[in-house]
Design a protein around this ligand. Structure first.
Ligand SMILES: C[S@@+](CC[C@H](N)C(=O)[O-])C[C@H]1O[C@@H](n2cnc3c(N)ncnc32)[C@H](O)[C@@H]1O
Length: 303
């Protein structure tokens, strides 16, 4: 996501249309402007911005400052923090979020989902329940996680006829959601997808043989929406049975993690499951979840 040095040098070379900057060199982010921007980002998105991130923010947002033709970060702060530039807030978030993801990332989670979670939920819900299973990929980035879930569950449905499900996939960043909607990936990106699944669910683009597209049957099972996990009310229509929120909490303060987990507890059906990333844990937080496997938790009844 970071613009390379070469890009930046290129951008510095001189006036290039309406975005021509009034700056001679790359804009410098003063400690004061860093403090203003980092407080804003932490407050709105929960993403921690300790002083060690100053250089990162400077390089990520510096190009944006130039594109807008602003005199520096001081003007950029006025522009974003003044409240008038709602769109710019979304763009800024796009620049500061880290969106690394993969198909079949942490594959043991998908194995556990099929082997243990689906039977546990089926037993709990009883044979008579017609309601489809509802899963949520919270912080879905460019779509690899929810599309993996859809492929894995379609495969499970081949063994257990009648398995019906829907996946909600949300992210704060509109840029990654656009990419998820496109559902196009390179050969290298789809390499972790097992060959039989690639054959069944991925199509080679006619336009570009290096590009692979997730098939419509899989895409239709995934509803992509923008959602900020810091919102006070997620306004979800239905309660969830399973939440995957992996590699998102690492960017949040403990207090923000606790707040989001309490919201998850509200939207998860009792007995529902929560999957976190490999470096994330709820240990020490006052939340109604019990561990069932490393980084996998179950919503406590009541609580
Ligand atoms: C590193 S990616 C993880 C993607 C995927 N879950 C995985 O594990 O591969 C983290 C994602 O969390 C999103 N994110 C960060 N803060 C968020 C917030 N406050 N609300 C919603 N999404 C957020 C980022 O935009 C980013 O796409």
């Amino acid at each position: 996501m970071l613009g390379s040095r070469a890009d930046r040098r290129g951008a510095d070379r001189g006036p290039t249309g309406p975005a021509a900057s009034r700056l001679a060199g790359p804009p410098a982010l003063s400690p004061r402007d860093f403090a203003r921007l980092s407080a804003f980002i932490e407050g709105r998105c929960g993403i921690r911005m300790p002083p060690s991130k100053r250089t990162l923010l400077e390089s990520r947002l510096g190009r944006r400052v130039r594109e807008l033709g602003l005199a520096g970060f001081g003007e950029y702060c006025e522009h974003v923090l003044g409240g008038a530039a709602g769109d710019e807030m979304v763009r800024m978030v796009d620049h500061v979020t880290t969106n690394k993801t993969d198909f079949f990332r942490e594959p043991h989670h998908f194995e556990l989902l099929v082997r243990d979670v689906l039977p546990a939920l089926a037993a709990e819900r009883g044979a008579g329940t017609r309601r489809p299973l509802r899963l949520w990929s919270a912080g879905c980035s460019t779509g690899e996680e929810p599309y993996t879930l859809a492929m894995v569950l379609l495969e499970a449905g081949r063994q257990a006829a009648g398995l019906r499900f829907g996946i909600l996939a949300t992210d704060l960043s509109t840029r990654v959601l656009e990419r998820a909607r496109g559902a196009e990936y390179t050969e290298a990106q789809v390499r972790p997808v097992p060959l039989p699944l690639r054959r069944r669910y991925l199509l080679r683009s006619v336009r570009d043989p290096q590009v692979v597209r997730v098939c419509q049957r899989v895409r239709e099972l995934v509803a992509l929406e923008q959602l900020n996990l810091l919102d006070a009310d997620y306004r979800l229509r239905d309660r969830m049975d399973v939440i995957f929120c992996r590699n998102v909490f690492i960017y949040f303060e403990r207090s923000v993690q606790e707040r989001v987990l309490l919201q998850f507890a509200r939207v998860l059906a009792p007995g529902g499951f929560l999957f976190l990333g490999h470096a994330e844990s709820i240990a020490g937080l006052e939340v109604p979840f019990d561990p069932v496997a490393p980084t996998v938790y179950r919503r406590r009844e009541g609580g």
